[in-house]
Design a protein around this ligand. Structure first.
Ligand code: ADP
Length: 159
C-alpha cells in the first residue's frame, strides 16, 4: 500500500487543498492529511475544528484519513507508514520555502520523497489567510472553500 502524508496548517482547508488531496488520492493508495500543531502560529480554528472540517469536506472517500500531529513531519510520516510527503505548489513564491523544507526533510529521512502537486489554475492565488481576512470582512468566499468551512467561518465571525 503506497501511502503519502499531506501535512499543513489548514486554517481552514480551502478548495486549493482539496484539489491537491484529490490529485494525491488518484496517484497513491492512501492519503493521510495531517494538521500540524505549530506553536508559533495562532490559528483561527482549533486543531479539532480543522481536522473535522477536512473530514466533513471529504466524505465518501475511503482512501483518506485525517489526523493531527505535534512534532517533526518526517517522524509522523514514518508513524503512519507513508512513503512520501505531498506539498502543493501554487507559484514561484512557494518554491524557495518548499525547496528548503523538502531538502531538509530528505536530510532527516532519506527514505521519504517529497512530491509537489499543482492545483487547478483557479486556485493558485488562494490561501487560508486570504480566506480568513475576506470572511472576517463578510465577503463571499463560497467559491473558494467547501460548504462546511463556509458555515464555520460564518459562525466564527458572527460571534
Ligand atoms: P503550511 O503552514 O504547512 O504552509 P498550509 O495549510 O498553508 O500550511 O498549506 C499546506 C500545503 O498546501 C502547502 O504545501 C501549500 O503550498 C499548499 N497549499 C495551500 N494553499 C493551496 C492552494 N490554494 N492550492 C494548492 N496548494 C495549496
Amino acid at each position: 500500500m503506497r501511502k503519502v502524508l499531506y501535512p499543513g496548517t489548514f486554517d481552514p482547508v480551502t478548495n486549493g487543498h482539496i484539489d491537491i488531496i484529490k490529485r494525491a488520492m488518484e496517484l497513491f493508495d492512501g492519503v493521510v492529511v495531517t494538521v500540524a500543531i505549530n506553536p508559533s502560529k495562532t490559528p483561527l480554528f482549533t486543531v479539532e475544528e480543522r481536522v473535522q472540517m477536512i473530514r466533513d469536506s471529504l466524505t465518501g472517500f475511503n482512501n483518506i484519513t485525517v489526523d493531527s500531529f505535534d512534532g517533526l513531519v518526517v517522524e509522523h510520516a514514518h508513524q503512519v507508514g507513508a512513503i512520501g510527503i505531498i506539498r502543493g505548489l501554487r507559484a514561484v513564491s512557494d518554491f524557495e520555502y518548499e525547496f528548503q523544507m523538502a531538502l531538509m526533510n530528505r536530510k532527516l529521512a532519506g527514505d521519504l520523497t517529497t512530491v509537489f502537486l499543482m492545483p487547478h489554475e483557479k486556485y493558485t492565488y488562494l490561501n487560508s489567510s486570504i480566506i480568513r481576512n475576506l470572511a472576517e470582512l463578510k465577503s463571499d468566499v463560497s467559491e473558494f472553500v467547501p460548504q462546511v468551512v463556509l458555515q464555520k467561518l460564518k459562525e466564527k465571525f458572527s460571534q
